[in-house]
Design a protein around this ligand. Sequence first.
Ligand code: SF4
Length: 351
Amino acid sequence: MRKTDLLTLTPAELAAYITGLGEPAYRARQVLAWLWPKDAASFMAMTNLPLALRERLERQAVIGGLSVAAREKSADGTEKLLFMLPDGQTVETVILPYRIGDSACISTQVGCRMGCRFCASGLPGFVRNLTMGEIAAQVLYVRRHLRARGSQLRGMVLMGSGEPLDNWEATISFLEAVKDPQRLGLSLRHVTLSTSGLVPGIRQLAAYGWPLNLAVSLHAPNNEIRNQLMPINKKYPLEVLLPACDEYAQKTGRRITYEYILIDGLNDEQEHAEQCAHLLAGRLCHVNLIPYNTVAELSWQASPQQKIQSFKAALAAKGISVTVRRKMGADIAAACGQLRNNYCGEPRNEG
Ligand code: SF4
């Protein structure tokens, strides 16, 4: 019998499930509190439930079903976890230390079908969507881990393996749980969803009007270069993508973060900076410049520091808010996809 993952259930569904076992309604409220605010790692830890109920839940239910298969910690405090899923697949989660508190970078799919050329997560191709419970379990594990050492989870980014908008239902159910005071109870202002640019998903998300931060992988100042880097651009080119992002900013009041990986000689020249500035001028946005990480099979190289700074200056000169992303966890290959690829015996890459 397949076990029911209680994290996938809404509070109403959980109440129906627990009362369906012949338990009173208040037991459902107790279980809900253990699952979410109290971060119980197991049913046995739910000490105010009768032992018979805990044993029954152990037999027929599960809490996310993830277990840690590998972990690495960087000198700068970045921690990378590789989770084993119930079917033996693996996904990565990264804990990012910031001065204002720790943040979790979580995955939404095993592999990815977007095929971005610079990304290690996409290399093995798409395997499957994560369930809502598998997404939530990553966050709950991180929060439990942080609480145990006296720190707090301040935010999260849906920026690990997978395209969140390509796993729409689980992603939306997860975001509902994040903002639900009975469950994670975290403002979506502290959450960032990163997308390669799936326009229908961006527009659907805009319609919710949530204060969720949206990060969009731009990585190029024109369609010609973006087509080389991101196959999705052939379906949703810049003239389709940018108006959808504007709609998102307008409906949510949140500025869009455009991610831009700088690759030497490909997209980092002054003319590219000027094109990029022209593209984004007047838009409610911020640009996050990301120094490229070398991928073993690709000949691309990181831009020299001086080019990164000139690119940044060219955007700033046009009044565009811009920063260069701080490199975190470089000594443990914290870039997306690496730990999983190494674990699976595939070549070491950086995405
Ligand atoms: S960058 Fe993101 S969307 Fe692109 S292949 Fe990697 S995981 Fe998928």
